[in-house]
Design a protein around this ligand. Sequence first.
Ligand code: HEC
Length: 121
Amino acid sequence: MSLKMISGRIGILAALACAAVVAWLAQARPGHSDEAVTDPFLGQAEAIDEGEMTYRSKCMGCHGKAGSRGPNLFATKLTDEQFLETVINGRQNTQMPAFGLRLSPDDVWKVHAFVKSRKGL
Ligand code: HEC
């Protein structure tokens, strides 16, 4: 066996080892690979009622028909995850406040479940 062949084999082994590590890393993070984070309260009547109360008290002033500052949440095209992220962190340099200290992620999911449950108020 020539030296060239040996080093070629080592190269292949190293590449295989790398692929194995990458596959292992992808597996070791369940739920974080391709799976999207989704609203666990969609379609649940009680959660939707609670979400409506939060919407009316904390969001409608800006997002409702009379409030003209924010977009219509009933027509949002954001994914569940983007919706949650936007409400928790707010939108910098806009009037959309960060609710991270005032609403729990579950509270936000419930508002989301509410706006997804109908076309408007
Ligand atoms: C003080 C006014 C105000 C309040 C209160 C407010 N928002 Fe907003 N919101 C905005 C504005 C303005 C925008 C648009 C920001 C931009 O220009 O990107 C926005 C954007 C959003 C978006 C992004 C919509 C999209 O389709 O891109 C979401 C989601 C959202 N708000 C959810 C909420 C929720 C839920 C509440 C109540 C818990 C809330 N907001 C309360 C002003 C407000």
